[in-house]
Design a protein. Structure first.
Length: 194
């Protein structure tokens, strides 16, 4: 009975597992950090312009999930609603997208980690400004991330709970900093318009 209890997921396991990829503080900071560096305060407009498309996609996925609930697997929906060949094609597209999305995640993870270590004085600037070290530290993050996955779903769920709490705190701080910065951003836009 104890063995079965360890294998059963409870709501406290399922909520973090399902929401951790929806509220990713790292993805927001990695993507939006680069956008802000390139576009400055105008990056906010890109989020506002993109929002309706993400909203429409989420409504479409909600509708598909009502028709054919299957853990959000788009290739399953493609196979069931269009045909097996389309589902197989979509499976390869999704797999390729996951594979190609690793470098844009891994390299900023290494870069941000080294930047933090540089700012608190643990490493020198030569490490912080090296693409090689960005990659090495990013790969180390991949290895660290793989450990709970290797241990199984239950340890992954427990670790994800902790990370979700941290992510929510980070997102709340992002919102607070954003609200605090609104007057300065408005002044900057007014000066930029002159």
């Amino acid at each position: 009975m104890a063995e079965l209890k360890r294998k059963v997921f409870h709501i406290l396991d399922l909520v973090p597992l399902s929401t951790s990829s929806v509220a990713p503080a790292f993805s927001i900071s990695a993507a939006y950090g680069v956008m802000t560096e390139i576009m400055g305060v105008h990056a906010t407009m890109s989020v506002l312009v993109a929002f309706p498309f993400f909203l429409m996609a989420s409504l479409l996925l909600r509708k598909l999930n009502k028709i054919s609930p299957n853990a959000g697997a788009s290739y399953h929906w493609g196979a069931k609603l269009v045909g097996k060949r389309y589902g197989l094609f979509q499976f390869w597209i999704v797999s390729l997208a996951y594979f190609l999305s690793l470098p844009p995640i891994v390299i900023p993870a290494g870069e941000y980690t080294l930047d933090l270590l540089y700012r608190i004085g643990i490493i020198s600037y030569s490490f912080e400004s090296s693409v090689l070290w960005d990659s090495i530290v990013g790969i180390a993050w991949v290895i660290v991330s793989a450990i709970p996955l290797i241990l199984g779903a239950k340890p992954t769920a427990k670790l994800t709970e902790a990370f979700l709490a941290v992510e929510l705190a980070v997102l709340v701080s992002f919102i607070a900093i954003g609200i605090y910065s609104i007057p300065r951003s408005i002044n900057f836009l007014a000066l930029d318009a002159l």
